[in-house]
Design a protein around this ligand. Structure first.
Ligand code: ATP
Length: 313
């Protein structure tokens, strides 16, 4: 496998209509998780990828494993006989807005520990992708994260770290030093503007990228939503504008963006091309609902970049 993405995947219930959750009569069942979203994005771009994490021995766990395999993602999981797969409920309070409630305390994924890792799979990968969410889940997942990074370093694999701050899981004050410690051990760091400020104290994206590199990562990428992104590698600073699209659901744009960047990194593409493909992936991911469903394949990227007629007959 070229990439191993380590983290927790959760069942996902999405309100089928806009309104207060307690008044919504039906919900659609799916799944999500930042790392598995990245894994799917990579698989769609043709990159052999494994998702690694712990699942409950239950229907949601089976749903996640089936769906990942259906997307062409390898699954390296150990089932927890004593804890359920986590769940999140997504409320849609207004058009274009969403809010998530987690049922993940004590979940199988949050009981991930170093002994559950498939170290051989990490050792064979060219990139290990992790996020700050795993560190937020508790001491055992935090230890697993470090053990996975140790294994990647020992094997000469690159470590990719997307901060993915979740304020519902831990406070800024507790999270920030943990994020800085992980960034110091990573080769590529992705952060949104607010996250970059949390890590570095800087408010301006260029200064943020420089401060992220100063923490120890050779490659820093600041994601700026509809304003695009900025990358800093080996002193070269590249700005990438967002591709204009009709955005209907921006959740998952960041994960698709990371997949695009890593796919090009594996191809040995220069920074500007990595950011261009990443931005195209992020833009396409905004054009349809779902955390990972709209992540593009190469053909969808070509259609966006080609600017062709959106109606095909
Ligand atoms: P999330 O955590 O919701 O997945 P994020 O905050 O990590 O997202 P964003 O900065 O929102 O990441 O989006 C990642 C990239 O996707 C941006 O850098 C940009 O290139 C692209 N993107 C995001 N929103 C839009 C948009 N409205 N139109 C076009 N491109 C977008």
């Amino acid at each position: 496998m070229s990439v191993v993405a380590l983290g927790e995947s959760l069942g996902l219930l999405v309100a089928s209509r806009i309104g207060r959750l307690e008044l919504v009569p039906t919900m659609d069942l799916g799944f999500g998780g930042a790392e598995s979203n990245v894994a799917i994005g990579l698989a769609r771009l043709g990159v052999p990828t494994t998702w690694m994490g712990r699942l409950g021995d239950d229907a949601l766990g089976r749903l996640i494993e089936r769906q990942l395999r259906a997307e062409g993602v390898g699954v390296a999981t150990t089932l927890d006989p004593a804890a359920p797969t986590a769940l999140m409920l997504k409320e849609r309070p207004a058009a274009g807005a969403s809010s998530v409630v987690y049922y993940r305390a004590g979940s199988a994924g949050s009981r991930l520990a170093p002994e559950h890792l498939d170290l051989a799979a990490i050792g064979e990968a060219r990139i290990l992708h992790v996020t700050g969410i795993t560190a937020a889940l508790g001491e055992a997942p935090r230890a697993a994260l470090d053990a996975a990074i140790d294994a990647a370093h020992a094997a000469g694999a690159l470590v990719s770290f997307d901060v993915n701050h979740r304020s519902r899981l831990w406070s800024h004050a507790v999270a920030a030093p943990e994020y800085r410690a992980i960034a110091a051990r990573a080769d590529v760091v992705f952060a949104g503007e607010d996250e970059a400020e949390l890590l570095t104290g800087e408010r301006e994206p260029e200064a943020q990228a420089r401060a992220l590199v100063a923490l120890g990562a050779a490659q820093a990428v600041v994601k700026l939503g509809a304003d695009g992104a900025l990358g800093l590698v080996d002193g070269e600073l590249v700005r990438q504008a967002a591709f204009p699209v009709h955005a209907v659901d921006t959740v998952g744009a960041g994960d698709a963006f990371v997949a695009g960047y890593l796919a090009e990194l594996l191809e040995g593409a220069p920074l500007a091309e990595r950011l261009r493909t990443a931005a195209a992936c992020g833009a396409v991911a905004c054009t349809a609902p779902g955390d990972w469903e709209a992540a593009p394949d190469r053909a969808a990227i070509a259609r966006l970049l080609g600017g062709g007629d959106p109606v095909q007959r």
